[in-house]
Write a protein that binds this ligand. Structure first.
Ligand code: HEM
Length: 154
């Protein structure tokens, strides 16, 4: 199935809403990750030594923003080019960071669920199945590129 202009617009519009409150949306995102997969806590340098999710932690916000923003960029590429294109150096970097940190395939499903729930909560009434579907598809394609690179490097 190809990615439509409408889907691209839905993702871009919701990213505009998400980015208005990065501190809250990042906490929501990580809160959901840990709710689904408590053991994932130990993967993250900024979580492993604390009992609570740190408020206003720059690394935590950076990871959340990367996931939100790169998924949004993937939506744009899917519509324009029909595929996700991550710059070679970026993809190599993403592959090696995640491999080194011990991230495995099922973690990508956890992060997907957390992303979709975060978008849903941030959008409130503006959310729809169609918005969720567009984010989900863009994320899946991005995650596939990262996972392929991880396998390449392993
Ligand atoms: C680090 C992006 C999925 C766990 C990073 C970094 C980027 C990134 C850019 C480098 C550090 C930074 O800039 O914050 C992404 C993207 C993802 C994704 C775009 C999905 C599309 C995941 C998943 C996990 C994960 C599924 C596992 C639950 C980590 C960890 C680090 C990291 C543990 C090191 C952070 C630290 O301890 O400081 N990720 N990531 N990431 N990522 Fe991901």
């Amino acid at each position: 199935m190809s990615f439509t202009e409408k889907q691209e617009a839905l993702v871009k519009e919701s990213w505009e809403i998400l980015k208005q409150n990065i501190p809250e949306n990042s906490l929501r995102f990580f809160g959901t990750i840990l709710e689904i997969a408590p053991a994932a806590k130990d993967l993250f340098s900024f979580l492993k030594d604390s009992d609570e999710i740190p408020q206003n932690n720059p690394k935590l916000k950076a990871h959340a923003v990367k996931v939100f923003k790169m998924t949004c960029e993937s939506a744009i590429q899917l519509r324009e080019k029909g595929e996700v294109v991550v710059a070679d150096t970026t993809l190599k970097y993403l592959g090696s960071v995640h491999l080194k940190k011990g991230v495995i395939d099922p973690h990508f499903e956890v992060v997907k669920e957390a992303l979709l729930r975060t978008v849903k909560e941030a959008l409130g009434e503006k959310w729809s199945e169609e918005v969720g579907g567009a984010w989900g598809e863009a994320y899946d394609q991005l995650a596939a590129a990262i996972k392929a690179e991880m396998k390449e490097e392993a």
